[in-house]
Design a protein around this ligand. Structure first.
Ligand SMILES: *Cc1c(COP(=O)(O)O)cnc(C)c1O
Length: 450
């Protein structure tokens, strides 16, 4: 009965919105099933698994530019959210210890992030009592953390800066090196050292492998970068794990119990897929994302906000004449970023103002007038599927253009499911909205930016 009910679910691979991996090799799946009952917190019971975990750390450290003589410390967490909280806590603790040594007030820590930050970053600030200085993004900053605003908002109470390698909104990499230079200048003037934590949930497994790299020094090659997180279940090509909740015990992580099978699968991918394999998977995803972007723009109906399909250094809308790949080109010929296509109706399309863009989400506060649709091009979005997707988008758009307002009203979806119609915001939802904080957590950062 349960199995039958689950047939009502969508097919994970057809979910265009998610960053979470939906394909694994059979051998990796078998390894996960064989080890599904092992708990990471039972270290004594599972020494081989602990050994495999330990081997992943230097591999990933080297992947992220650990320098000669450095021995990166790392740990598997249940995901980037937990890892971000740990990175943030380490920065807070170091700042507190320094303030204590100097005999200064340590009651008002703050942390800097862009308004495009994933919800886990804001949660860190709320849960661990750090003031979140959430800086608005703009077209000028390519909808990312703006180094100029960063400069104006740091002070002696700033514990660190969260910089995102791969904004979940548009896939654009935040300028780690530029922000780091701003912090160098500040340190030279004031003596205050402000570290950077890089949230590389998606980019941590893309930038090291693509020919485009990140376009700047984003990892441990940059001495200001003190910690980095990534999600194996995104571009590490491992299925997402179960989320166990447990008490805080003697371990680095916030969760205690944690499945071990994912770690084994990550190790399998690292050594079996290897550098060349990861490069080929990521280059392929980038090429497919470019094809989708260029095809959308070639219709004249859509403009991309993401810019991984624009020649390196160009950020203006200028539809490519040729959508297909050129012989021998790589991601390095284009702007660096995640294989994400964020798009919206073009100005030209505004003549069809009776057609509403649906299933979209707004850009971060300050730019929320711009509503975008987003496709994450993962490994399993093959060329055949992409071909169908592009054709379907064109056919549907053309159909809508040929249909008048009255017919469209019948046709356009309203509430999507019965469940949604019965959802409630809880008691006093109305009251909460009126008197709550400016942007209450209950509204989320944005609809499912996961
Ligand atoms: C997905 C994501 C997170 C949260 O990661 P989980 O592994 O789902 O906890 C945080 N930051 C960014 C930029 C993300 O893309």
């Amino acid at each position: 009965m349960i199995k039958d009910e689950l047939d009502l679910d969508g097919r994970p691979n057809l979910n265009l919105a998610s960053f979470v991996g939906t394909y694994m090799e059979r051998e990796a799946e078998a390894l996960m099933i064989e080890n599904i009952s092992k708990n990471m917190s039972d270290a004594d019971e599972y020494p081989a698994m602990m050994d495999i975990h330990a081997r992943c750390i230097p591999i990933i450290g080297n992947m992220w530019g650990a320098q000669k003589g450095q021995h990166p410390i790392g740990i598997a967490t249940t995901g980037s959210s937990e890892a971000i909280h740990l990175g943030g806590l380490a920065m807070k603790r170091r700042w507190q210890e320094k303030r204590e040594r100097e005999g200064k007030d340590k009651s008002k820590p703050n942390i800097i992030m862009g308004a495009n930050a994933q919800v886990a970053l804001e949660k860190f600030a709320r849960y661990f009592e750090v003031e979140a200085r959430i800086l608005p993004v703009s077209k000028k900053s390519h909808y990312r953390l703006d180094p100029d605003l960063g400069r104006e908002n740091i002070d002696e109470n700033t514990i660190g800066v969260f910089v995102i390698l791969g904004s979940t909104y548009t896939g654009q990499y935040e300028p780690v090196e530029e922000i780091s230079k701003t912090l160098d200048d500040y340190e030279a003037k004031t003596g205050n050292h402000i570290p950077i934590h890089v949230d590389a949930a998606s980019g941590g497994f893309i930038a090291p492998f693509t020919h485009a790299k990140a376009g700047f020094k984003w990892n441990f090659e940059n001495p200001r970068v003190c910690s980095i997180n990534t999600s194996s279940h995104k571009f590490g090509l491992v299925y997402a794990g179960l989320h166990y909740l447990g008490g805080t015990e003697e371990s680095y992580t916030i969760n205690f119990s944690q499945p071990g099978a994912q770690i084994i699968a990550q190790y399998y991918n690292l050594i079996h897929v290897g550098f060349d394999g990861f490069r080929s998977v990521m280059e392929n995803s980038m090429a497919n994302a470019r094809l989708l972007s260029k095809s959308l723009e070639a219709t004249g109906w859509y403009v991309c906000i993401s810019d991984i399909h624009r020649p390196k250094g160009q950020f203006e809308f200028n539809p490519a004449k040729e959508v297909w790949h050129k012989e021998g080109e790589t991601s390095a010929d284009y702007n660096a970023g995640l294989p994400v296509v964020a798009f919206t109706f073009s100005d030209q399309f505004k003549d069809y103002s009776h057609i509403k863009q649906e299933s979209n989400y707004p850009l971060p506060p300050n730019e929320e007038k711009i509503e975008i649709l987003r496709v994450v091009v993962r490994e399993s979005m093959s060329l055949d599927l992409l071909d169908r997707l592009i054709t379907d988008i064109c056919v549907v758009t053309q159909q809508m253009m040929d249909t008048d307002l009255t017919d469209l009203q019948v046709w356009q979806p309203g509430q999507t499911s019965l469940e949604k119609q019965h959802q409630s915001l809880g008691k006093n939802a109305h009251h909460r909205k009126k008197h709550g904080s400016q942007r209450p957590m209950s509204e989320g950062v944005h609809r499912s930016v996961c």
